[in-house]
Design a protein around this ligand. Structure first.
Ligand SMILES: *Cc1c(COP(=O)(O)O)cnc(C)c1O
Length: 196
């Protein structure tokens, strides 16, 4: 579940119900919670990650959802080596129309993957893709964007990522998770709905 903006007590209450996977979108908030909450929590980072902050989360992070450029990917690998950890990552791909939404532009991602360089980034393996649909009431558009991400995932799995661990499609939030699941999501990122 997405625990961003929630207090320690709120997260603890969900933990006490048995939940163990929590996601934050800011490194600072993630570190503050990780420091005090239980050690068996599986922390995910879902937001934009600056290259110079990878080192703070490298010792414990379990999945980084928003790898959106090669230098970030390289740094995660480097920190993985340093901490002797495999740090699973998702490639964030731009599917929404808002300028503010991050992610690789599809053509740029393909150009990046055409170079062999990424294949040596063994400590930052790619487990799948992540995308955020446009924030709109237009379900047709949201569905179209989720379909697009699913098709990107299928292409990547056929052309570049043949290994069985490439299997995650992280899409869907409180407002659009039903559509996302219908379109093939394997991991939804739900925050506000849990607290309503
Ligand atoms: C906040 C956030 C979510 C969860 O959003 P809700 O609408 O609260 O479910 C999911 N993904 C990302 C990247 C987020 O920043």
């Amino acid at each position: 579940m997405v625990s961003k903006l929630r207090s320690l007590d709120e997260v603890q209450a969900i933990y006490d119900q048995g939940h163990r996977k929590f996601a934050e979108n800011r490194v600072q908030d993630l570190l503050e919670k990780q420091r005090v909450l239980a050690e068996d929590i599986e922390w995910h980072l879902i937001g934009t990650l600056q290259t110079n902050k990878v080192k703070y989360i490298a010792p414990f992070i379990r999945l980084i959802h928003a790898v959106d450029d090669l230098s970030l990917w390289k740094e995660i690998h480097r920190q993985g080596l340093k901490w002797n950890r495999i740090i699973p990552c998702l490639l964030q791909i731009k599917i929404g129309t808002e300028m503010t939404k991050n992610g690789f532009i599809w053509d740029d991602l393909c150009a990046t993957l055409e170079h062999e360089e990424w294949k040596s980034l063994t400590n930052a393996p790619i487990f799948g893709v992540m995308g955020m649909a446009t924030f709109t009431e237009d379900h047709g558009q949201v569905r179209k964007e989720f379909k697009l991400l699913k098709s990107y995932f299928d292409t990547l799995s056929q052309v570049y990522f043949f290994r069985p661990e490439f299997k995650i499609i992280s899409m869907g939030m409180s407002g659009d998770y039903k559509l996302a699941i219908e379109e093939g999501s394997t991991m939804v990122r739900i925050g506000s709905l849990i607290f309503e």
